[in-house]
Design a protein around this ligand. Structure first.
Ligand SMILES: Cc1cc2nc3c(=O)[nH]c(=O)nc-3n(C[C@H](O)[C@H](O)[C@H](O)COP(=O)(O)OP(=O)(O)OC[C@H]3O[C@@H](n4cnc5c(N)ncnc54)[C@H](O)[C@@H]3O)c2cc1C
Length: 309
C-alpha cells in the first residue's frame, strides 16, 4: 500500500518541486546520490575503486519531454565517460532510454544512445540500459538488440517481477546477446503482468540467475550482473556459481550506492566481483522516492528528520 503510494508520488510534479527544495529531503537523498555535480560523482567512483569495487554511473533524469534536455543528458554521459577514461577509473555508465528522449521520438532517442555507446566503446567502457516501467520493455529490448548488432560494450537490465521475463531472457540467450543485469523491479505493475509476492519474486530472480549461469547460456556468451541487496538471493546465486565452477570474473553482483555498505565490504573480501550503481545530478527526486518505497524504514527516518527529531 505504502509502496504503491510512494511510487505514485514519484510521478508528481508538485511533490518533486516541494521535495527538491526541502533541506531534510536533500540531506537524505545524499545517502543514495553522490551529489549534483560531475566532480561529486568522480570523487565517489575514486573512493569505491579504492575499496576494490567497480562502478556504473547514472546521470539522473527520466521521462524527458524536451529534446534539448535529452541532448544535454547524452552530452553529460559523453563528457563523464571522457573523465572516467582520462582518470583511469573503473566505471561504466547506466542510462534510461526515457532520459535519452524515448517519449519524444524513438529515432532521436536511438541516435542519442548510439552516440553514448560509441563514445564508451572508444573509451573501452560499458553502457548498461536500465529497465523502466513495463510499457517500455518491448522498445527497450528492440533498441538494445539493434545496438548489439554494432557494439558489444552494451547490456540491459531485466525485471524478475514481470511474467514475461523468462521468455525475454531465453530469447536473448539463444541469440547470443544476453548481457543482462537482473533486478526485482522497482515500479508499480499490476498483478496481470507482474508477480506481487516477495517470495515468488525471489524464486523468479534465482531461477533467472541460474538460467544465465548454466553452461549452455555461458557457451552462448551470456554474462550476468545480479542487481540485488537481498542476501537470500545472492547467497544462493554465489553457491550456484561456485558449484558450476563459473569464473568469478565472469559475473558480478551490483548494489545501489548507499545501501548495505557492510555487505559490500564483506562480499568484496570474499572475492566477489562487486559493482556499485552511483547516481548523480539534480534530478534525484523520482530515484529517491523509489528508494523510499523499497524500505518503509527509510520513510520513517525521513519523516523524523523532517520533523527535526
Ligand atoms: C544495481 C541495481 C540496479 C538496478 N536497476 C534497476 C532497473 O534498471 N530497473 C528497475 O526496475 N529496478 C532496478 N533496481 C531496483 C530493483 O528492482 C529493486 O527495487 C531494489 O534492488 C530492491 O530490491 P532488492 O533485490 O535489493 O531486495 P530487497 O528485499 O528490497 O532488499 C534487501 C535488503 O537490502 C536493503 N535495502 C534494499 N533496498 C533498500 C533501500 N532502498 N534502502 C535501504 N536499504 C535497502 C535492506 O536491508 C533489505 O532488507 C536496481 C537495483 C540495483 C541493486
Amino acid at each position: 500500500m505504502l509502496r504503491h503510494a510512494l511510487i505514485a508520488l514519484s510521478h508528481s510534479e508538485t511533490m518533486r518541486r516541494m521535495t527538491s527544495d526541502f533541506p531534510p529531503a536533500r540531506r537524505m537523498a545524499r545517502r543514495f546520490v553522490a551529489g549534483e555535480k560531475r566532480e561529486d560523482a568522480l570523487t565517489v567512483i575514486q573512493q569505491l575503486n579504492a575499496m576494490g569495487a567497480l562502478v556504473t554511473l547514472d546521470y539522473l533524469g527520466e521521462h524527458v519531454t524536451d529534446k534539448s534536455l535529452a541532448r544535454t543528458s547524452a552530452r553529460e554521459y559523453e563528457a563523464v565517460l571522457g573523465e572516467i577514461a582520462a582518470r583511469g577509473l573503473k566505471s561504466g555508465v547506466s542510462l534510461k532510454l526515457s532520459a535519452m528522449g524515448l517519449h519524444i521520438d524513438e529515432a532521436f532517442c536511438y541516435q542519442n544512445v548510439r552516440k553514448v555507446v560509441a563514445v564508451a566503446a572508444q573509451k573501452e567502457r560499458f553502457v548498461r540500459i536500465d529497465i523502466e516501467e513495463s510499457a517500455l520493455v518491448d522498445i527497450t529490448i528492440e533498441i538494445y538488440r539493434r545496438l548489439r548488432e554494432e557494439f558489444d560494450n552494451v547490456g540491459m537490465a531485466l525485471q524478475a517481477y514481470l511474467h514475461r521475463t523468462r521468455d525475454d531472457l531465453q530469447s536473448l540467450i539463444d541469440d547470443g546477446v544476453a548481457d543482462i543485469r537482473l533486478v526485482k523491479g522497482a515500479y508499480d505493475e499490476p498483478p496481470e503482468i507482474a508477480w506481487q509476492d516477495r517470495k515468488k519474486i525471489q524464486q523468479e530472480m534465482i531461477a533467472l540467475a541460474k538460467m544465465m549461469l548454466s553452461p549452455d547460456a555461458r557457451a552462448k556468451g551470456a554474462r550476468m550482473a545480479l542487481g540485488s541487496h537481498d542476501d537470500m538471493i545472492y547467497n544462493e546465486v554465489i553457491a550456484c556459481a561456485n558449484e558450476q565452477g563459473v569464473d568469478p570474473q565472469h559475473w558480478e553482483i551490483q548494489f545501489l550506492y548507499g545501501i548495505r555498505r557492510d555487505e559490500l565490504k564483506r562480499l568484496l573480501s570474499d572475492g566477489i566481483r562487486m559493482r556499485v550503481y552511483v547516481p548523480y545530478g539534480g534530478s534525484w527526486y523520482p530515484y529517491f522516492m523509489r528508494r523510499l518505497a523499497e524500505r518503509p524504514a527509510n520513510l520513517l527516518f525521513f519523516l523524523r528528520a523532517a520533523a527535526g527529531k
